[in-house]
Design a protein around this ligand. Structure first.
Ligand SMILES: N=c1c2ncn([C@@H]3O[C@H](COP(=O)(O)OP(=O)(O)OP(=O)(O)O)[C@@H](O)[C@H]3O)c2ncn1[C@@H]1O[C@H](COP(=O)(O)O)[C@@H](O)[C@H]1O
Length: 106
């Protein structure tokens, strides 16, 4: 089992399924459903983009953390395990992005 912070965060997020939405922000998101979680991820992505455009590295760091957290909540809601994503990224290592896109489109 990987010791990456994202793997540990995913486990905490997963453990919040069925928890009290009054005491857990993650449980509150789960209660809203996958579509709302995806929408929230979109909002966080826009906030990250804004900080990317303004160029404030500290705010970009904070927004990136929000973005990754909400992405993991979406994975958990959709039943996507981090290992599946890590494996997909590992599979692409050594392959250029252009080559990878060409393979996807064939
Ligand atoms: N990493 C995070 C994390 N990052 C961001 N957030 C929350 O994401 C929200 C983002 O803020 P926004 O202003 O965009 O949204 P909001 O106005 O608070 O919420 P909305 O009503 O708009 O949905 C804030 O409430 C943050 O607290 C997080 N909430 C939880 N975690 C992790 O998840 C763990 C479990 O949290 P709970 O489920 O709350 O116990 C925590 O220990 C943390 O490690």
């Amino acid at each position: 089992m990987s010791e990456h912070v994202l793997d540990r965060l995913y486990e905490v997020i997963d453990s919040r399924k069925g928890a009290d939405p009054e005491s857990s922000y993650t449980a509150k998101l789960f209660a809203k459903g996958q579509k709302k979680i995806a929408e929230k991820l979109g909002e966080e992505a826009v906030e990250t983009v804004i900080e990317g455009v303004t160029g404030d590295a500290e705010k970009l760091t904070a927004e990136s953390a929000d973005l990754l957290y909400h992405l993991l909540v979406l994975w958990s809601a959709a039943g996507v395990k981090p290992d599946a994503v890590w494996q997909e990224l590992a599979r692409r290592q050594g392959m250029s992005g252009i080559e990878e896109k060409a393979r996807r489109n064939t």
